[in-house]
Design a protein around this ligand. Structure first.
Ligand SMILES: C[S@@+](CC[C@H](N)C(=O)[O-])C[C@H]1O[C@@H](n2cnc3c(N)ncnc32)[C@H](O)[C@@H]1O
Length: 225
């Protein structure tokens, strides 16, 4: 006899598993979680930093961008489980994150119930980024990571809303934002959706020519000026 729960219960079971994973990472096995992250980092470095970096490297890049530039606000697109928020929220006064998937948004709401500095937004970041920018008056670090990648991830009108996101940020009244775009490799392979890395570099060069555009460790780093 099958022990698989029926459709609706399967979704609830999956969501509870995800919630348990997040609570475990934050409260019950934080030390083990940290140790695993450090091990992944060491393995990646020992292997010559060839593959996309582990999450801990991304967290360090986000933190360093904030510290170097004296920035206290983080805007993320693509919340997923909220792992970036959980890792760096303590380094910022305010953290905004936009997620398209209804389930992932609500799971993150539960995860960060007690974190007042974390503000979650549900919707397509190609549109919601503008709503957020309308309320922002200070330089931000942007962690642009909202794209479709299979599995439980949501898909909007496009695989990657990066062109709309980047255009909105570059047109904003604050001129000194720092933009970090994850998954440079995806754009290196891109031909339209997602757009190519060359198309992103060209967009920055045309809109904000004095800005720097550097790719390192699979992360595109744009310092607007
Ligand atoms: C690679 S994951 C994000 C990982 C997360 N930023 C981290 O560092 O842990 C991509 C997420 O973007 C979401 N997503 C996909 N398209 C989106 C869109 N147009 N707007 C907002 N979120 C989107 C997916 O549902 C998925 O949760």
């Amino acid at each position: 006899m099958s022990t698989r729960p029926p459709g609706a219960l399967r979704r609830i079971e999956r969501d509870l598993r995800l919630l348990a994973r997040n609570l475990k990472a934050d409260y019950f096995a934080h030390g083990a979680w940290q140790a695993r992250s450090r091990r992944q980092k060491r393995d990646w470095e020992a292997a010559g930093k060839v593959d996309p970096p582990p999450h801990m490297i991304k967290e360090e890049v986000v933190r360093a961008a904030a510290q170097t530039n004296g920035i206290r606000t983080l805007v993320e697109t693509g919340t997923l489980h909220g792992d970036m928020i959980a890792a760096v929220a303590g380094d910022f006064d305010r953290v905004y994150s936009i997620e398209l998937s209804r389930e992932l948004y609500w799971l993150a709401r539960l995860r960060f119930l007690a974190r007042r500095r974390v503000r979650l937004v549900r919707g397509d970041s190609s549109e919601k980024i503008q709503t957020l920018l309308d309320r922002i008056d200070e330089p931000c670090v942007f962690w642009l990571d909202g794209h479709y990648g299979g599995g439980i991830m949501a898909k909007g009108k496009t695989v990657s809303p990066i062109l709309e996101e980047l255009s909105a940020i570059m047109a904003h009244r604050v001129r000194t934002h720092v933009v970090l775009i994850d998954d440079a490799g995806m754009f290196e392979r891109g031909t339209g959706d997602p757009p190519s890395l060359a198309a992103l570099a060209e967009l920055v060069k045309t809109s904000r020519p004095a800005s720097s555009f550097v790719v390192q460790d699979n992360i595109i780093r744009v310092t607007l000026s």
